[in-house]
Structure formats: C-alpha cells, structure tokens
Design a protein around this ligand. Structure first.
Ligand code: APR
Ligand code: PHB
Length: 389
C-alpha cells in the first residue's frame, strides 16, 4: 500500500491528525495495535483547552462536545482551609470545557469511515524504516499476514511506549525526565460532582482533586505513595480520604457511590528532542509526558497535531518544506511551557517525601500570594486555558 502520511497510533493524536490531513486532501492511513474497544476503554483526563475545542469545531466534529461538554469559567486551588478561585473567564476572556478524552477519541473514531479516513486496528509488530530518506515505510502484521505501507512521511502518534520515538538515532536524541515519588489514585463514580468547578487541594495529608465528566458522573483523585496497592483502597477508604483532603465544604457536598473504575497511575515529566528526524514527525505522548496536574496531556497532543497538520499540508499542497523543517522547534516551544506549568502546579499542590517545614511554608506562602494577587492568578489562568498556538 502507498500513502502520503502513515500515522502510527489511533489515540487522540493520531486520529485528530488523520482527520485534519484528510480535510485538506492529504492522503493518510492510521495504523493501531489495539482494537477500537480497547482504545475506548482507557480512562484519561477530561479538560479541554480552546485549541482542542477549536480543532474539533474546524473538523465539524464538535456537535456532541457542544451538547454534552460542561463549559467551565474557573477552577479552585484549596490549601486545606479555604478555596482560592481562579476566575479564568474574567482574567483571560476564555473558558475550558470538561469533556472526557475518551469521548473525543470516540467522536474521531466514529467519524473516520464517513470521512474516508482508513484506520487499521489490530496491527501487530509495527516497525518504521528508512526515516532518514524521502521514502520511509512501515511494516506490520495483520491477522498473521505481513504488510507494508510506503509513505512520504511517518507521523509517530503511538504514545509513550510506541516504536516511533525509538527509531530516532540516539546520536541526535536528547531526553529530559522527572519521575515523581507518588501516584494518583483515581476513582470514577456515577454521582453528582461536589462542586461545579474543579478543586485542586493541597492538604496536610496530601493532594486531592475533585473533577467530573458530567452533572451525574464524578472523577476524583488523591496522591498515594507508589508502594500502595489498589486492592488496599476500598471505595469507603477513598471517599473518607477525599472528604478530609478536599475540606469541609466540599465534603459536605460530596455524594459517595460505588466506583466504576479505580486505579493508581504514576506521574512523570518527560520530553524527547527533536520532535522530527528526517521523514518522521512525533506528536503527543510519543514525544512528551506531563504529570496530570493541570490536564495538559491531551491539549498538548492537540497543539502538536495542529503544527504537524499545517507543516504536512504545506509540504503537499505548496511544495513548501520550511514548515516541516521548523516543526520540532515550533512544537517544542509550546511543549516546554506546558511542561513548566504542569511541573509547577504539581510541586505547589503535592507533598514530596523529602519536604520539610521550609518547603511546606513555601507552598503556604505561594498559595497565600496567589490568593491575594491578580497578577499571580492571571499567570495561572492563562496557562490553564492554554497558551496561544
Ligand atoms: N503500534 C501501533 N499502535 C501503537 C503501538 C504500536 N506498536 N504502540 C502504541 N500504539 C497506540 C496505542 O495503542 C494508542 O492507541 O498508539 C496510541 C497512542 O495513544 P495515546 O497513548 O492516547 O497517546 P496520544 O494520542 O499522544 O494522546 C495523548 O493521551 O496518554 C494521554 O495524557 C495523554 O492526554 C494525553 C493523550
Ligand atoms: C480528570 O477529570 O480526570 C482530570 C481533571 C484535571 C486534571 C487531571 C485529571 O488536572
């Protein structure tokens, strides 16, 4: 098979890129290892920046998002005693939308056949070759039969564990990594949220987040040492801990219910440079990971894809190679700023095992400063809604 762009991975990055290229008349194929059900079974964050909403709107795939998404005008930081509201709408003139990442993936997946976007599921042993030439190719096995797709470019949208990034030679690669000494224990339940806006809390006992998927489905998190086992956390124990960490007001409004899902996820900051080598472009988690504090993961994948779609479209429609040449630097400039925000918010809202009274005092002082300074709130708000692309 021959195509212009072979896209590896049908997560949000790969599907979004596929749709954007198709809409511009660029030929592409998406190759995914898992089944559609498996892809849709992954539970991930759910706060969309304007850029992500705009991309769905540009594709005309925002109908369900507009109907079901919850527009949020602000969010809260809690310091154990009070809520500090960040009035995002007033400070920036913009809002975010609460809509699960799984729903975005579903909307993109469902629209693929009608838009003529081929997605091959169940592709095993995907490998990329000749990325330093103008004729790279992808091989894989489908139902036991070997397959090959020749392309002009390959887009590596295959997440943190995929093969694309590994195809870039170590001699040109730079990796930056920070692994955090705790994980987030998440619980999803069909109960109304305790607050109509998100609450990120830094309590003496640790971090907690109150989030939601809809008016009837809540998502909560607490941080736990990485040695904790999910089996030791009954639903009651999680609800009790949330009630303490989120504070009395949120606790009074919190409805408990049986978990639909609960799991512990590690936290990591990671950046791989460059995001392009020869004919291979990396997008999303294939190139970078942020800790979930601030919900930047999907939004960063969306901005990469925005730059990549622009670069690839210019190449095929205007024979212009400059945007391809500039892709890595352009994407990384925004990636690093989102990494900075996610890291800063993680440091501000979590207890690290080595933290002593001084580090705690610094967190308290910073939260107090944020509570009293419009400038500090503005800085947080503009990062939360997403920096310009
Ligand atoms: N061959 C083909 N597909 C693969 C392979 C492989 N060897 N390895 C991984 N994939 C697929 C995965 O099964 C997954 O469907 O690539 C896709 C990558 O999707 P995501 O991990 O969701 O990554 P991305 O699309 O970049 O989305 C970024 O997802 O992980 C969250 O927090 C992250 O919100 C961010 C968003
Ligand atoms: C979520 O709703 O799952 C969520 C929200 C905000 C975050 C992380 C996760 O920062």
């Amino acid at each position: 098979m021959k195509t212009q762009v072979a896209i590896i991975g049908a997560g949000p990055a790969g599907l979004l890129l596929g749709h954007l290229l198709k809409a511009e008349g660029v030929d592409c194929v998406v190759i995914e290892r898992q089944t559609p059900d498996y892809v849709l079974g992954r539970i991930r964050a759910g706060v969309l920046e304007q850029i992500t909403v705009d991309l769905m709107a540009r594709l005309g795939l925002d109908e369900r998002l507009r109907a079901e998404g919850l527009v949020e005008e602000g969010f809260n930081l809690a310091d154990g005693e009070r809520l500090i509201r960040i009035d995002v709408a007033n400070l920036t003139g913009q809002t975010v939308v609460v809509y699960g990442q799984t729903e975005i993936t579903k909307d993109l997946m469902d629209a693929a056949p009608a838009r003529g976007l081929p997605v091959i599921y169940g592709a095993e042993d995907v490998a990329v070759f000749d990325i330093e030439t103008d004729a790279p190719y992808v091989t894989y096995t489908l139902d036991g039969a070997p397959q090959r797709i020749d392309a002009r470019f390959i887009a590596g949208c295959d997440g943190f564990h995929g093969p694309s990034r590994k195809a870039i030679p170590a001699s040109v690669a730079r990796e930056y990594e920070r692994v955090y000494p705790f994980g987030w224990l998440g619980i999803l339940a069909d109960v109304p949220p305790c607050n109509h806006e998100l609450i990120y809390a830094n309590h003496q006992r640790g971090f907690a987040l109150a989030s939601m998927r809809s008016h009837t489905r809540s998502r909560y998190y607490i941080d736990v040492p990485l040695t904790e086992k999910i089996e030791d956390w009954s639903d009651d124990r999680i609800w009790d801990e949330l009630a303490i960490r989120l504070g009395p007001d949120a606790a009074a409004n919190m409805t408990r219910g049986p978990s639909i899902e609960k799991s512990i996820a590690p936290l990591r900051s990671y950046v791989f440079e460059p995001m392009r080598h020869g004919s291979l472009l990396l997008c999303g988690d294939a190139a970078h990971i942020v800790p979930p504090t601030g919900a930047k993961g999907l939004n960063l994948a969306a901005s990469d894809v925005h730059y990549a779609a622009h670069a690839l479209t210019h190449y095929f429609k205007r024979a212009d190679n400059d945007a391809i040449a500039g892709y890595s630097a352009k994407a990384l400039a925004r990636v690093w700023k989102s990494e900075r925000f996610s890291w800063t918010l993680t440091k501000l809202m979590h207890r690290f095992p080595d933290d002593g009274p001084f580090e705690r005092a610094m967190q308290v002082a910073e939260l107090d400063y944020i509570a009293s300074s419009t400038a500090a709130q503005m800085s947080i708000a503009e990062n939360y809604v997403g920096l310009p692309v």
